[in-house]
Write a protein that binds this ligand. Sequence first.
Ligand code: HEC
Ligand code: HEC
Length: 141
Amino acid sequence: MFKPKILIFTLFIAAVAAMGATADYQQAAPPAPKNLKVLPKNISHEELDHVMDGWKTALGVKCNFCHAASDDNPKKLNFASDAKPEKEMARKMYLMANKINKKYFHTKKGENGMTAMAAINCNTCHHGEAHPEISEEKMMK
Ligand code: HEC
Ligand code: HEC
């Protein structure tokens, strides 16, 4: 037998569940960056992720090489914090790489404010190592 009351009740529950799911999704969106000093302030989340992944790979490190842990939760990173000197060093390296690209390779800025088609990048020197040391062996050859 068809029971309209049960149908309406079921639809109502489904609608509430769908609204709940949307709210969860919105909460899960990452917060806008708060402490950008060298990257474009209007950088998208995708671009920022891309840059950070690139730096991580170029230096052969994890995010916590440059980013300090949160005060309230040591298992989480406080990405906006400048507590680690490596983060400031990375900013200087980024500016240095931009300057080399602009001055010696005449690269232009892209629409996003970052160097388009960089001639050199972090990986040119780092090759997956945090400390690219001058190799005596190679110098002697
Ligand atoms: C080599 C150092 C380095 C590594 C490795 C690194 N970051 Fe960053 N990150 C920085 C620097 C420097 C900034 C600030 C850039 C600026 O000042 O414009 C930054 C900024 C950020 C921000 C913006 C924070 C804010 O609120 O301003 C996020 C989010 C972030 N990084 C996430 C990550 C993630 C995720 C990883 C690992 C995949 C990662 N970073 C790896 C150096 C690093
Ligand atoms: C022209 C070569 C060159 C380029 C390009 C370069 N670096 Fe470096 N970087 C170095 C050298 C050399 C050192 C080691 C300095 C030292 O050990 O005192 C270093 C050190 C660092 C350190 C400090 C490591 C530590 O243990 O304290 C960080 C962080 C870093 N680079 C990040 C970057 C990032 C991010 C980029 C790209 C935006 C980059 N570097 C591009 C040459 C380069």
